[in-house]
Design a protein around this ligand. Sequence first.
Ligand SMILES: Nc1ncnc2c1ncn2[C@@H]1O[C@H](COP(=O)(O)OP(=O)(O)OP(=O)(O)O)[C@@H](O)[C@H]1O
Ligand SMILES: [Mg+2]
Length: 260
Amino acid sequence: MDKLVEMKNIYKSYEGVVALKGIDFEVGFNEVVGVLGDNGAGKSTLIKIISGAHCFDAGEMYIKGVKINPKKYSVKMAHSMGIETVYQEKALADKQTLWRNIFLGRQITNKLGFINIKKEKEETDKIMHDVMGFRGIGVDVDSVIKTLSGGEKQGVAISRAMYFEADLVILDEPTMALSLQEVKKVLKFIQAIKDKGKSCVYISHNIANVYPVSDRFVAIDRGKVVGSYNHEDLSLEELSEELIKYTKVSTQINQGERIL
Ligand SMILES: Nc1ncnc2c1ncn2[C@@H]1O[C@H](COP(=O)(O)OP(=O)(O)OP(=O)(O)O)[C@@H](O)[C@H]1O
Ligand SMILES: [Mg+2]
């Protein structure tokens, strides 16, 4: 087994819309793959298949060399195989506190089966400092998620993925604009995933964000892979030139502006 994820000729339709038309896609061990493409290209659909949220209609998928049966595969199974996803739309429960979000669906329980609130709060505090690098200012374990900034929310979702020791963290960048500081934080998280020897699939609309942290880039256009590039083979400018053919990605990170 030399690949963490291997997809061959994957098809997926939603009631009449063919979202993926024969996708070949791979993620190696300790590899960060940047996925780029226009709105509606099929990026979220692709990662939802890997994360078990959607099943594919045709093709083959292997996770760590294990052939996946699309009818039996689920988010739960993906978790057990070390795959965690930070979704574009709704990564967190907005009305819940930070600590509840970290352990949502995977509570720490005591012998009687009750949630061990004290332990969950302590662990969250640790995660906030060690993984997220939150330093006080207004955010603590009892903060309600909707009061956090976009970048902080992404941070919580990524930290949760890292806390559960995922082998693969999939990040579908939110369509809302993150501030420059928040983008930097997300990029730091991705670097930390790489440094820990884990893998990441990072979907972004901005190649300037994806470029420094990715080992490889995959461009998707109208349900097909239209390009795959290694970081060492091309500069950000060259990648941008390549992608301009297919996408409306932005490179304007320096101005703090983003075209989504
Ligand atoms: N649940 C769904 N039901 C019906 N059609 C869908 C559904 N999800 C996605 N689609 C369609 O499938 C295509 C691919 O959508 P997808 O969300 O994968 O694109 P994307 O590349 O993630 O776009 P964006 O950059 O805007 O997030 C689009 O035409 C979209 O309208
Ligand atoms: Mg999407």
